[in-house]
Design a protein around this ligand. Structure first.
Ligand SMILES: [Zn+2]
Length: 318
């Protein structure tokens, strides 16, 4: 059942668990999300990025809505990940999304000399997010905003890291009326998040939680990049470095205990899909039945999703 993200996250906030927010950009990922959520009896946020929309036109969100009919008990939100402009958010709402992220923390239309998108002024971030919230809330659609800037690349979300300021987070939440707030605490998009043992800024999280107790917090760039999956992907030919590193699950769990209610997962599913696909392709030499490979990718991703639902505590929360 399609619900607003606010509904899902307010329950998570009360019961202290996090809802996995899973990025989809093909049919197999859409199927894996719903079958896993159904098996684990977990609520789920199905995310589509603007570039996935560009890749598929309207097909991906249509597929999500169609597949959800087979699993009427699964409560899910259809969420636009990293909306880059008012227009993109408006378009998503018209396509039936029940939630949008307006990421006005950085300016996607500009690039600095290093090729990074520059941070937006706080006042501009507030103004743009508030504008999206005004049209979204009229239609019962939830809104996620972001303060601070994450590192790394997630589709076109490329920026330089700077940690969120808890006082800004409070002011931002009050002025914009967002339903969920992404705060940068040192995580990063992609598979190469850290050179050494990562240390998330839990003090920023703690302070923000104190100042903004009723708004669910969101963690981006929180894939764990598990070693066994990376090793398998490498074994079957994916050119991913052995030094790929994510956020250890122990730190993700600590973030949940400090009030994070939505955790975005994309990279882990991508690596698992590639590993499953490539392994099958290697074993099934000569077969050109793509469904065999895509199906193997789908099974690998289902395992990742189930692990996340268990670890985040959303399992059994439908
Ligand atoms: Zn993100």
């Amino acid at each position: 059942m399609l619900v607003s993200m606010k509904t899902l996250l307010q329950s998570a906030l009360k019961k202290k668990y996090a809802v996995p927010a899973l990025n989809v950009n093909n049919m197999e990922l859409v199927q894996a999300v719903f079958s896993s959520a159904n098996n684990a009896k977990s609520p789920v946020i199905v995310q589509v990025s603007p570039s996935a929309l560009e890749y598929s036109d309207k097909l991906i969100p249509a597929m999500v809505l169609e597949e959800s009919k087979r699993f009427p008990k699964v409560k899910f939100a259809l969420h636009l990940d990293h909306g880059r402009s008012f227009e993109e958010c408006k378009k998503a709402i018209s396509l039936g999304f029940s939630s949008v992220m307006m990421d006005a923390s950085i300016n996607y239309s500009k690039k600095d000399s290093h090729g990074n998108h520059p941070a937006r002024k706080f006042s501009d971030n507030v103004r743009l997010t508030k504008k999206v919230a005004a049209i979204a809330h009229r239609k019962g659609v939830s809104v996620e905003g972001e303060v601070g800037a994450l590192g790394g690349i997630e589709d076109s979300a490329k920026s330089r890291v700077h940690l969120a300021d808890p006082f800004e987070a409070k002011e931002f939440a009050e002025k914009t009326g967002v339903d969920a707030l992404a705060i940068a605490i040192g995580t990063s998009h992609g598979a190469y998040k850290f050179k050494s043992t990562p240390k998330l800024a839990f003090n920023v999280l703690r302070e923000t939680r104190k100042l903004v107790p009723r708004i669910p917090l969101v963690l981006h760039g929180a894939s764990s990049v598990p070693k066994p999956i990376v090793q398998k992907a490498r074994k079957y030919g994916l050119n991913i470095g052995a030094n790929a590193k994510g956020v250890p699950m122990s730190q993700v769990k600590k973030a949940i205990s400090l009030g994070v209610c939505k955790i975005n997962i994309d990279t882990d599913a991508r690596i698992a899909f590639a590993a499953g696909f490539l392994e099958k392709a290697k074993q099934d030499k000569g077969s050109v039945d793509l469904r065999k490979y895509l199906g193997a990718g789908r099974s690998a991703v289902e395992k990742v999703y189930l692990d996340k639902m268990r670890a985040f505590g959303s399992k059994g929360k439908l």
